[in-house]
Design a protein around this ligand. Structure first.
Ligand SMILES: NC(=O)c1ccc[n+]([C@@H]2O[C@H](COP(=O)([O-])OP(=O)(O)OC[C@H]3O[C@@H](n4cnc5c(N)ncnc54)[C@H](OP(=O)(O)O)[C@@H]3O)[C@@H](O)[C@H]2O)c1
Length: 230
């Protein structure tokens, strides 16, 4: 069930992906915090976003990653190489603002990839995926992996739906349902639960394939699966 009284904080929310998701969640009615390593940058990006949508009253605010980490739901939207260190540094705030009966839900949208000789290639991390390394750094929270394949530019275009299926991997049922709720709040996105966090490795590793399609076809592709029940 949707609970828009919950707040959402986005770590690294100043980048195109986090900012796009933030603006969609705010449009859907979630009070959303765009977090940054710098308070000023978080505030500056929110001012920019609000100025680009002057006719909308978006419940959006900016600040540092610590402010975002204290929200009810936390989204990790940093580059892969900064994700684990970012959550580890905020562990007390993230886990401490959850409870034993309602642990904090953390969503990872990070992809581990590199570009070598102009070609995007996946990186397979020691724990298999960034989502699993975030879960290992936050044993008191529940992590879901999602939003890896949604192009940031389309996410940020509030007047248009985003034509994409969105895969969700989580070991915890509540984390999976919170991820589905937030994904489903964005018009056009269809959340699809695929299984536990062990599925996050191939989901993250598939992103370079989509980026290669983008490069080769000079476009931004979206994923759609056929054959599923309505
Ligand atoms: N771009 C897309 O279309 C897209 C789509 C789906 C998923 N993703 C994934 O979402 C994540 C964010 O993507 P993005 O394109 O928005 O990335 P980005 O612009 O490169 O980074 C996002 C923000 O993270 C912060 N940051 C940069 N380096 C950091 C570090 N070493 N440690 C901690 N924070 C750092 C920066 O914010 P501050 O300087 O303000 O702290 C930056 O604005 C990535 O993991 C990406 O794979 C991207």
């Amino acid at each position: 069930m949707s609970d828009k009284s919950k707040t959402v904080g986005i770590l690294g929310g100043t980048g195109p992906a986090g900012r796009g998701f933030a603006v969609r969640l705010a449009e859907a009615g979630y009070f959303t915090v765009i977090g940054s390593r710098s308070v000023e940058r978080g505030e500056e990006i929110v001012a920019e976003v609000l100025a680009s949508w002057p006719d909308r009253e978006l419940p959006l605010t900016g600040g540092d990653n610590e402010k975002a980490a204290s929200c009810d739901i936390v989204v990790v939207a940093t580059p892969w190489e900064g994700a684990k260190a970012t959550v580890a540094a905020l562990r007390e705030v993230i886990e401490g603002s959850g409870t034993a009966s309602e642990p904090k839900i953390v969503l990872s949208m990070c992809n581990a990839l590199v570009r070598i000789d102009g070609e995007f290639q996946p990186l397979i991390l020691p724990r298999g995926s960034i989502a699993e390394s975030i879960q290992a750094a936050l044993p008191g929270a529940k992590v879901a992996a999602t939003m890896h394949h949604v192009p940031a530019k389309e996410l940020g275009m509030l007047d248009e739906p985003v034509d994409c299926d969105v895969l969700i991997c989580a070991d915890d049922a509540t984390a999976a349902s919170v991820a589905a709720e937030l994904v489903g709040a964005v018009p056009g996105l269809r959340p699809l639960y695929v299984g536990g966090l062990s599925c996050a490795a191939p989901v993250e590793a598939f992103t370079p394939v989509l980026l290669q399609l983008n490069v080769l076809n000079k476009t931004r592709v979206g994923l759609r699966f056929t054959g599923l029940p309505e």
